[in-house]
Design a protein around this ligand. Structure first.
Ligand code: BT5
Length: 266
């Protein structure tokens, strides 16, 4: 049976101080990030969550699109962080996604730099952080999270080769409400720790990245680099060991493991 989401079922006895005190649900929207940005511009309280049953114009990074049919989780969080906290938002969000999936399903997701959550080698979730910054002031930041939960990726040939869903992995449906609740709790813990100056977020994120130690091909702004993904910095950038032994820093980009690239080209 199809699960109908309700803000009451998500917020009831959640126990959070900030995240999800207010939940707004729409059956169908273009993009929850767009609605969350409108909420932020209107001064919505911090921690407001916009959730959709499906998105018709879901967005990825770099003007790519994100598919969110019914059975997905598509939600966006409204936050008002400090500038120095911005790079940590993707860390807090990706860890919260991975840990909530693990807690609710028993699967063991891994993180792929910079913003993917994988089960096995396939993408199960993507995260899009958008912020408006003026000088040293952040007007708002919106964290958009998409998770493939109860739909068949085989029905969407454009993503099927590299994507998976939780139900597809488990062979049974997962409660959207339970996963969203756990996600909000996992995120709040990390966000409040970040605000309090807690330092373990970066280490936890770094240690969960399956990309590190691998030979990778990085595409960034039309530029392609090949090397070993050596580590990540506290600001979230990737440190790449080049074939000549030097290190370069990649701030944003697309990473492919070399062996996958080779498979693609055959
Ligand atoms: C992302 O972009 O992974 C960020 C996705 C963020 C989606 C959330 S949903 C709630 C909120 N509202 C929005 O409008 N967006 C956020 P990127 O790394 O650029 O990956 C996009 C690429 O992933 C696409 O070009 C496809 O190849 C692939 N893709 C699209 N939909 C997918 C899906 N459902 N599962 C796996 N891969 C997908």
């Amino acid at each position: 049976m199809k699960e109908t989401l309700s803000p009451e079922a998500i917020t009831r006895n959640l126990g959070n101080r900030l995240i999800g005190r207010r939940v707004i649900f729409y059956p169908s929207v273009t993009s929850t990030n767009e609605l969350a940005k409108e909420e932020a511009r209107r001064g919505a309280e911090e921690g407001t969550v916009v959730i959709a049953g499906e998105q018709t114009g879901g967005k990825g990074r770099l003007r790519r699109s994100w598919l969110s049919p019914g059975g997905s989780i598509a939600l966006s969080l409204v936050l008002y962080p400090e500038v120095a906290e911005l790079p940590s938002l993707i860390m807090a969000a990706s860890l919260a996604v991975a840990r909530s999936i693990a807690a609710v399903t028993g699967l063991e997701p891994r993180l792929k730099w910079p913003n993917d959550v994988l089960v096995g080698e396939r993408k199960v979730s993507g995260i899009l952080v958008e912020s408006q910054v003026r000088g040293s002031r952040v007007d708002y930041a919106v964290i958009g999270i998409g998770i493939n939960v109860n739909f068949k990726v085989a029905d969407f040939p454009e993503i099927a080769p590299a994507a998976t869903s939780l139900a597809g992995e488990l062979g049974e449906k997962v409660s959207l409400t339970a996963l969203i609740r756990r996600l909000l709790v996992e995120f709040e813990g990390r966000y409040l720790a970040l605000k309090a100056g807690g330092g373990s977020l970066y280490e936890e994120w770094r240690d969960s990245l399956s990309t590190l130690g691998q030979e990778v091909r990085v595409e960034s702004g039309g530029d392609v680099q090949v090397g070993i993904a050596q580590s990540v910095d506290r600001d979230g950038s990737l440190l790449l060991r080049n074939p000549d032994g030097s290190l370069s820093r990649v701030v944003a980009g697309e990473v492919r493991l070399r062996h996958q690239t080779e498979q693609d080209s055959t």
